[in-house]
Design a protein around this ligand. Structure first.
Ligand code: AMP
Ligand code: FE
Ligand code: FE
Ligand code: ZN
Length: 283
């Protein structure tokens, strides 16, 4: 039985990046929620997708995706690539090197914390996180385990969030670079949670840079935001997507499927992808 108003959730994080749920748990919950289609959109990694496909079989549709990090000055800009080719060697090489960068950044933050007497071990983070795409939530968890903070939120508020003493930006990557990478492997670049970007001028810049869709439905969006992004999508001929951005217990308390989208958006995405491959075949 579908207890939600949505039958697709196109934005979910797993343990392959900073989510706390395994791919198997995500599929189990999604199925229970009556979802027909999901995307596992881990940060800068596609390592969960083969596992998702093999566990899901015919029970639930998995649209391959990745949430890629980029920035405009100090602003983090996330672009989700849907229907990316998970075997594309350029994409895989890029993601591999980004994973290395994420690890070095975490080591650097841990060293700075340790230098100031806030003792946590990188080895402990590796134990929590395994071989995944590391991020600040993993450091936050080690800070909780070490008794330095009581919650992930507190860890961001006191230590790791932007403007706090141990914040460290990721390396500079212009959104146009990840948009190009996504398109080069036949993916569809979509602006993730535009509500977090705050200024419409940035959304228009991302459209000019080649984004082809916008995430209209996201837990951080008010109904005013949804209407606004819906209008931007219509005016600019953009695809529309939606998802919960669920991180399990590592994120805000959102359930898989509590925000998402429906059949219509999935059909539009697929039609767009099919047109792309027809165009490709004439090249
Ligand atoms: P990173 O990718 O290492 O820059 O870490 C960013 C991730 O941290 C986001 O994807 C969220 O999952 C999480 N995050 C960011 N801000 C907060 C916050 N204030 N409280 C809890 N989690 C957060
Ligand atoms: Fe995250
Ligand atoms: Fe994001
Ligand atoms: Zn996300």
């Amino acid at each position: 039985m579908n207890i939600n108003q949505y039958n697709a959730d196109l934005h979910i994080h797993s343990r392959h990046s900073d989510g706390s749920l395994s791919v198997g748990e995500i599929i189990e919950i999604s199925t229970k929620q009556g979802l027909k289609t999901i995307s596992i959109t881990d940060h800068d990694t596609i390592s969960g997708i083969p596992e998702a496909r093999s566990i899901a079989g015919d029970t639930i549709e998995i649209i391959p995706a990745v949430e890629m990090s980029s920035n405009l000055g100090s602003l983090d800009v996330h672009i989700i690539g849907y229907f990316i080719d998970c075997e594309d060697s350029t994409l895989l090489e890029y993601l591999d090197s980004f994973k290395q960068h994420r690890m070095e950044r975490v080591i650097s933050i841990v060293n700075r914390l340790n230098n100031d007497g806030i003792k946590i071990e990188f080895e402990q983070i590796k134990m929590i996180a395994g071989n995944c795409s590391l991020g600040r939530p993993h450091i936050a968890e080690a800070l909780i385990d070490g008794g330095h903070v009581r919650s992930i939120n507190e860890a961001f508020f006191r230590y790791l969030g932007q403007g706090q003493p141990y914040y460290e930006p990721k390396k500079e990557v212009h959104p146009s670079e990840v948009i190009r990478l996504i398109k080069e492997c036949r993916g569809i670049p979509v602006i993730a949670h535009p509500g977090i970007l705050r200024a419409d001028s940035i959304i228009y810049e991302l459209i000019m840079d080649g984004c082809q869709g916008i995430e209209v439905w996201h837990p951080e969006h008010s109904s005013h935001d949804r209407n606004h992004f819906h209008e931007i999508a219509i005016k600019n001929g953009l695809l529309m997507t939606g998802g919960s951005d669920c991180h399990g217990r590592r994120g805000k308390a959102v359930q898989i499927g509590s925000t998402g989208c429906n059949e219509k958006e999935i059909i539009n995405l697929k039609n767009f992808r099919d047109r792309l491959s027809i165009t490709d075949s004439f090249k």
